[in-house]
Design a protein around this ligand. Structure first.
Ligand code: CMP
Length: 397
């Protein structure tokens, strides 16, 4: 293959990644989600019986087009799969096979099953076919959910506490089911006569679902039921707590890595040692802004300052002039140093990534790292003088 074809393949591979943030990637994701939404809507509507013939025909055409889009997507993904292991171009077939056998590959393969059914002359329509299409395509929506990977990692990180909670769940369930079986089986042999029957009641009660199809009638059975309901709330609260903390920790770890990646693009941090830098990195947050978004509004109270890692912003000065700031520059420091409202409005001119440092963290860092505070202050002083000079020039005109 020529180098040009390689470059094209790499670019397509990058744009097709579900996490890609480039314009092409975002356009592809919007198109893909729209195709999925339209296809699923058509499938859902087609399952309604008694629709006019023209509408059914139009819906079949829509489903056919969406199926073809997914077929084309599958073939393209198969073609670009070697880019995932781009340093070993000779083993393209292995890379393609590996992608085809991966979970996203299998989901994409299932999603083209409707296209295969159509190609083999299978008629679209009828509740069975539409349900199959619906199940196969809804799986594809899951590929767009970036938190799925995080969820898997959180469950894996927290497997010890989660397993303990599940064991606790099992113990409480079995104790309650056995107790209820002993106390209720005489009065309600159909519902509590066997342990599986009593376990069904215990699961429904412990998960706080409470269908009400099986209800204890003896005093002892009701006491067990009450304790079980309270245990159910406690178990769910424990599970929620473990997962929520796990998510927060995972997100913090990922944010830390994202910031490490970005911080090298800001020259003011360049001279800091690794230990000092790691202290700052823990306090910075990344934010992505589309073009023409006002990040800071003149007159607002200053609660944070920003470092530009990529993109550009326009500072709209009070006298009507503008200043553009690019990669590596910072803004929003003046209000933090002066404890005054924002001196100017700042808006993005193109997609921009910023690192945000909140005021409390800024003051803490400034007290620990005087060199950094000094550099920020010098620039703020220069800006203040520049603004003053502009104002004087403006008033003389
Ligand atoms: P702050 O006052 O917090 O909010 C507006 C920001 O615009 C200000 O901090 C500075 O960071 C920035 N700013 C103000 N004047 C200038 C200037 N002349 N050149 C570059 N940036 C400026």
């Amino acid at each position: 293959m020529t180098d040009k074809a390689f470059t094209l393949r790499a670019r397509i591979y990058a744009a097709l990644r579900y996490s890609d943030n480039s314009t092409a990637g975002r356009r592809w994701q919007s198109f893909h989600l729209t195709a999925l939404a339209v296809g699923l809507l058509a499938v859902i509507v087609l399952s309604v019986e008694g629709l006019p013939e023209e509408i059914t025909h139009a819906l079949r055409i829509i489903i056919w087009i969406v199926s073809m889009v997914f077929l084309a997507e599958y073939l393209v993904r198969l073609w670009v799969a070697p880019e995932a292991s781009r340093f070993d171009r000779r083993r393209s077939a292995v890379a393609r096979l590996r992608w085809a056998m991966s979970i996203p590959g299998l989901i994409d393969l299932l999603a083209i099953a409707p296209a295969a059914m159509l190609a083999s002359g299978y008629g679209i329509g009828g509740p069975d076919t539409t349900s199959v299409f619906c199940i196969l395509w809804i799986l594809k929506v899951g590929l767009h959910a970036p938190a799925f990977g995080t969820l898997v990692r959180v469950v894996s990180n927290e497997r010890a506490p989660l397993t303990s909670i599940l064991i606790l769940f099992g113990i409480v369930l079995m104790l309650a089911a056995t107790g209820a079986h002993m106390l209720e089986r005489v009065r309600q042999p159909d519902q509590f006569g066997s342990l599986p029957g009593a376990m069904w009641w215990a699961v429904v009660t412990l998960t706080t679902t409470g269908y009400g199809d099986v209800v204890p009638v003896t005093l002892g059975g009701r006491v067990i039921g009450s304790i079980l309901m309270i245990c159910g709330i406690a178990v769910l609260a424990l599970m929620t707590g473990v997962l929520a903390t796990g998510f927060a920790q995972e997100e913090r770890r990922r944010e830390y890595l994202r910031v490490w990646d970005q911080v090298s693009r800001v020259p003011i941090f360049g001279s800091l040692g690794v230990v000092t830098l790691s202290e700052i990195v823990g306090k910075l947050r990344t934010r992505h802004y589309p073009p023409r978004i006002t990040v800071v509004r003149q007159g607002d109270p200053g609660d944070s300052m920003f470092f530009i890692t990529s993109g550009e912003v326009e500072v709209r000065l009070p006298n009507g002039g503008t200043v553009r700031l690019n990669d590596g520059a910072f803004f929003g420091e003046m209000s933090l140093l002066d404890r005054q409202p924002r001196a100017a409005s700042v808006a993005t001119t193109r997609p921009t990534t910023l690192l945000v440092l909140y005021a409390s963290d800024f003051y803490e860092i400034a007290s620990h790292i005087p060199a950094l505070a000094e550099a920020v202050e010098v620039e703020a002083r220069r800006r203040r003088e520049e603004n003053l000079a502009r104002q004087v020039a403006e008033s003389k005109r």
